[in-house]
Ligand binder design. Structure first.
Ligand code: RB5
Length: 142
């Protein structure tokens, strides 16, 4: 599975941690930055992750900023991107089953590494339910 990952300076360390420590069968990372802890702007990182997915160069995205909020807002401005801020294991599961989310978002300043690893594992392991009502609602998103 190809996973494109991006973070602003607030999420830089968590991004590096995930790339080096997250164990999952057959995962390859595309890292679109940022590449240091120097201050940068989260909308530009969200744009890169969104474009990588929309261009079909990756299957799934991971985005990280300090709170997870700004980078979620930015990612969801792209048609075809469904970015979900994962704050519990149940939400990680539902975001795939019901919403077919294609980007998992985390807040590096508000979430523990253990929780992030747990929620990301659930997210990657959960398929979209493909239920008629869920397909219709996703279609309605445009
Ligand atoms: C950066 O300081 C911080 O504002 C950003 O990472 C994020 O939390 C914005 O929503």
């Amino acid at each position: 599975m190809k996973v494109v990952i991006g973070a602003d300076h607030g999420g830089f360390e968590l991004k590096e941690f995930l790339k080096n420590n997250f164990e999952y069968t057959d995962i390859s990372w595309i890292d679109v930055g940022t590449y240091s802890a120097e201050s940068c702007d989260y909308p530009l990182i969200a744009d890169k992750v969104a474009e990588t997915i929309l261009n079909k160069q990756a299957d799934i995205g991971v985005l990280i900023c300090g709170s997870g909020i700004g980078i979620s807002i930015a990612a969801n401005r792209h048609k075809g991107i469904r970015a979900a801020l994962l704050y519990s294991d149940e939400i990680a599961r539902l975001s795939k089953e019901h919403n077919n989310a294609n980007v998992a978002v985390f807040g590096a300043r508000t979430q523990s590494r253990d929780d992030v690893v747990k929620y990301l594992t659930t997210f990657l392991n959960t398929p979209f339910s493909n239920g008629e009502r869920h397909c219709r609602r996703i279609e309605e998103l445009g």
